[in-house]
Design a binder for this molecule. Structure first.
Ligand code: PMP
Length: 443
């Protein structure tokens, strides 16, 4: 067994103090379950480029990037400048602005099959309204989704997100595991769980297709392992769905950062609707639903088959629209290519270190994303990513080692690179992992 000595913990007095205050006002001390804590979170003071400074004066290379959102790192100067002048002109209106048209035009130009767009405020909302749009269009209530993947907090999208070996049921018929006690059973009744890369399981989709409005699928589900689809899987999934009039929703909230045209296009998936978020807001809250013109018509007209009213107090606010457009404009094809090369360097370097040390780890991911698994073989689907106690402890040690070396490595889902990074940062990441494995082998 690999054992790693606990890394020296950097000073965290001010974070401790803030967490004490946080515990008095929040049920668990912060307001997001996803905040890293070990056992106390590090409170952020400022971010510049690829680096984040905490309230104790520690500086870290940030591989979290606010859950992959900050593709240009922190305080990206063109966005700071443009948003500052927009703030002086007003931050939100009940009226539309030109900024929403400019961002929508860009998304339509880049992301197939986006022909029409609606803006909302988060990825959760984008997924929720995409599902509602699919229901309104097809007149059917149920959805299918992939086991273990994360799609935000809409009830139907949450089912099957967090199964365990005790609850997830047989591989040939995964259980629609609710996320929390008290979740209405009727919600689970309307969710079919499929396993990623399970071609045989697609028959189950066709068996209940007359109740299904859509299949919700992230082309590379991050929480479920940041695992690539097997060749042909996504095409077969779409074919099964389309044969029965079931729509495909590509959840690109996270994976849009994989390329100029997004991840679905990259991996040959042809969705009917696309849920977007994160990078398209340039660091401000955003979500977007895009898709085929005929399907998106449900948002627009009371005539015709379906009609789906959708508003939102802050939807399409000019700050998010403007920041998002600047962020996306800077993401040229060349810049995506450069990010992909950096990602390749990191994944290749990490894998080489694993081989050199003969360590029981593997690496998944693509483009600017990577994930380290405490598993000898790279997982092919969610169930294979499930960690036992020893593996979880290994991940904790890995996380601490990175932290002690000045790198924030997300312990769960996806680690991400940002455009301010270069060779210095990729080398730092690979060297840090190599160092972890060297120490690990000494015991
Ligand atoms: N879908 C995916 C694939 C995501 O990664 C996320 C957020 N991590 C969401 C949906 C939800 O987005 P938000 O947190 O903006 O609600």
């Amino acid at each position: 067994m690999i054992v790693q000595q606990d890394a020296p913990v950097k000073s965290r007095g001010a974070s401790n103090h803030l967490f004490d205050r946080g515990l008095r006002v929040f049920p668990d001390g912060t307001t997001r379950i996803t905040v890293e804590r070990d056992p106390v979170p590090r409170y952020a003071k400022a971010g510049r480029g690829a680096y984040l400074e905490d309230v104790d004066g520690n500086r870290f290379l940030d591989l979290n990037n606010n859950f992959t959102t900050l593709i240009h790192g922190h305080a990206y100067a063109p966005i700071v400048e443009a948003v500052s002048s927009q703030l002086a002109c007003g931050s939100c209106f009940a009226n539309p602005t030109e900024h929403e048209i400019i961002l929508a035009e860009m998304l339509i130009d880049r992301i197939p099959p986006v022909e029409r767009v609606r803006f909302v405020n988060s990825g959760t909302e984008a997924v929720m309204f995409a599902i509602k749009a699919a229901r309104a269009f097809t007149g059917r209530p149920a959805i299918a989704r992939i086991e273990g993947s994360f799609h935000g907090a809409y009830d139907w999208a949450e089912i099957g997100q967090a199964g365990t070996p005790l609850t997830w049921g047989p591989p040939e018929a995964p259980a629609p595991v609710p996320l929390y006690r008290g979740a209405p059973a009727s919600v689970a009744d309307d969710v079919l769980i499929l396993r990623f890369n399970d071609l045989e399981g697609l028959q189950r989709l066709e068996d209940v297709a007359d109740r299904l409005s859509c299949v919700l699928v992230d082309p590379m589900p991050s929480r479920a392992g940041l695992i690539a689809a097997d060749p042909g899987y996504l095409k077969a999934l779409a074919a099964s769905a389309h044969r029965s009039g079931v729509l495909i929703i590509a959840d690109e909230v996270l994976n849009l950062r994989q390329g100029y045209h997004g991840a679905a296009a990259k991996y040959g998936l042809e969705p009917d609707l696309v849920a977007m978020g994160k990078i398209i807001g340039g660091g401000f809250p955003i979500g977007a639903i895009g898709g085929r013109e005929d399907v998106m018509r449900v948002f627009g007209t009371k005539q015709g088959k379906g009609y789906l009213p959708q508003g939102g107090t802050f939807s399409a606010n000019p700050v998010s629209m403007l920041a998002g457009h600047i962020a996306m404009q800077a993401l040229t094809r060349d810049e995506f290519d450069r990010l992909e090369r950096l990602g390749n360097d990191v994944r290749t370097g990490l894998s080489a270190a694993i081989r050199r040390h003969g360590a029981p780890f593997s690496v998944t991911g693509a483009a600017s994303l990577f994930r380290i698994h405490p598993k000898e073989n790279p997982p092919r689907e969610f169930r294979q990513t499930f960690c036992n106690g020893e593996e979880e402890e290994m991940l904790r040690r890995l996380h601490r080692h990175f932290l002690a070396s000045g790198i924030l490595l997300p312990s769960g889902a996806a680690a991400s690179l940002s455009t301010p990074m270069g060779l210095a940062e990729t080398t730092m990441i690979v060297d840090c992992f190599d160092d972890f494995l060297s120490h690990a082998n000494q015991h």
